[in-house]
Every structure is written in C-alpha cells, then in structure tokens.
Design a protein around this ligand. Structure first.
Ligand SMILES: Nc1ncnc2c1ncn2[C@@H]1O[C@H](COP(=O)(O)OP(=O)(O)OP(=O)(O)O)[C@@H](O)[C@H]1O
Length: 212
C-alpha cells in the first residue's frame, strides 16, 4: 500500500530521514514513535507529498505522492497535530470537503455528535475561532467521513478531554476494518489496544519495527 525505499530527506546538510525503507500494508494499525526531532513529521509530510525526497522513493498504491498529489491525497484521511488556521466557516469547510472528497455533511454532523460535539450551533463560526478540541474533532469527523483507505493521525487526541479521547478510540474501532491506520503518538498506552505494529524512529532512522 505504502512502499518506502531508501528514503533520505535532507534539509541543507541535516538528514531528517536517513535511508528509510518500509512497507505499510492495508489492515495494519501502526504507531510511529520517537523523540522530538526523530523525523516522524518529515516522514508523514513526505507521504503526503509535501516534500520531495532527496534520494530514494515513496509510492502509495504505486503513485508518487509528490508528483501525483491529488490522486494520492484522495486515498488518505489526515488529521494534523496542529489544525491549520482555516478562514472558512464550518459550513463552508464541510461544503469544500463535500465537493473535493464526497464527504457527506450529515455524516460529519453524526460523527461530531459521537465525539461529543454538537456542530449545529457552530456552523456559521469561522473554523479557526473554534476551540482546539472542537477543531480536532471536526477534522477527525471529516477524515472518517471521507472513508479513505489510509488514515494518518498525528497526535489526534492532543487537544481532546478524556471523554473526547475515549469517544475517538471508540470511533476508530468502528471504522478501522480493512484500513491502513498510522498514529504518530507519544502516548503508546492510549493506542496499544488498537495497533498491531510499532515503529520507532530516532535520528531519522527506523530503529525498531515490531509486528504483532
Ligand atoms: N522544513 C524543515 N526545514 C529544516 N529542518 C527541518 C524541517 N522540518 C524538519 N526539520 C528538521 O528535521 C528533524 C526532524 O524533525 P521532525 O519534525 O520530522 O521530527 P518529529 O519526530 O516529528 O519531532 P516532534 O516529536 O517534535 O514533532 C529536526 O531536526 C528538524 O529540525
């Protein structure tokens, strides 16, 4: 599904990714761990086609994410650690998600409810004025409603209260069948009941890779 071969990403002289090779398959639920600066975000950004590899290559269902970004992004539901400062209202954002990815408004509202967020009273608010937890819940709901083959969650529960966290993991269990799920997280205890593969990075390398 995602095939990474001898991937190196340099920023000036610094190797943020140093000769990484990985194959990530449908059905795998993976946590990617590692200290601050280990290269996790750089890896995810390369998968999302935001960075051109310095050497090596990466393919998602055979597609090059940098040169075929629209088609590769259509396979991925991504929830970033820090929600971007989107200036659209909630209603407009959902409309955009509907036009670009066939996301159904009704389903987004239902998923938000399952995450303890009643969106109806916030539809006219500008996205960036929502609270951190509300933004994260909405982005999670949109990612799930997109029904992609691949989910990438970068610290998805960082802004959620304990109840929101539990609800998130309940939702994930419901929607994880036949998906590739990647969690970037420092909280292994939270995801240990979901993941079947643990990858640890350090200094741009994969230093641990265990499948259950
Ligand atoms: N755009 C960039 N320009 C220059 N250096 C970068 C850039 N992005 C990342 N780096 C460097 O690459 C290294 C890996 O950073 P990265 O953000 O991938 O780590 P991380 O594992 O996601 O860390 P954290 O847990 O703190 O989010 C760091 O030393 C960082 O300074």
């Amino acid at each position: 599904m995602i095939k990474i071969e001898n991937l190196t990403k340099k920023f000036l002289e610094q190797k943020s990714l140093n000769n990484i090779s990985l194959e990530l398959e449908l059905g795998e639920k993976i946590i990617i761990m590692g200290q601050n600066g280990a290269g996790k975000t750089t890896l995810i950004r390369t998968i999302l086609g935001q960075y051109l590899p310095t050497t090596g290559n990466i393919r998602i269902e055979g597609k090059d994410p940098f040169n075929d970004r629209i088609n590769t992004l259509s396979l991925i539901g991504f929830v970033p650690q820090l929600p971007p400062p989107i200036k659209l209202t909630v209603e407009e954002l959902i409309y955009y998600a509907n036009k670009s990815s066939n996301v159904e408004k009704k389903l987004v509202l239902e998923l938000c409810k399952e995450l303890e967020l009643d969106l109806d009273s916030h539809l006219n608010k500008v996205f960036f004025k929502l609270s951190g937890g509300m933004k994260q819940k909405l982005l999670i709901a949109i990612a799930i409603a997109k029904n992609p083959k691949i989910f990438i969650f970068d610290e998805p529960t960082a802004n959620l209260d304990p109840k929101g966290r539990n609800r998130f993991y309940e939702l994930i269990k419901k929607y994880n069948e036949n998906k590739l799920m990647i969690f970037i997280s420092h909280r292994i205890d939270e995801v240990s009941h979901i993941v079947n593969r643990k990858i640890e990075m350090d200094l741009g390398k994969v230093v641990y890779d265990e499948k259950n």
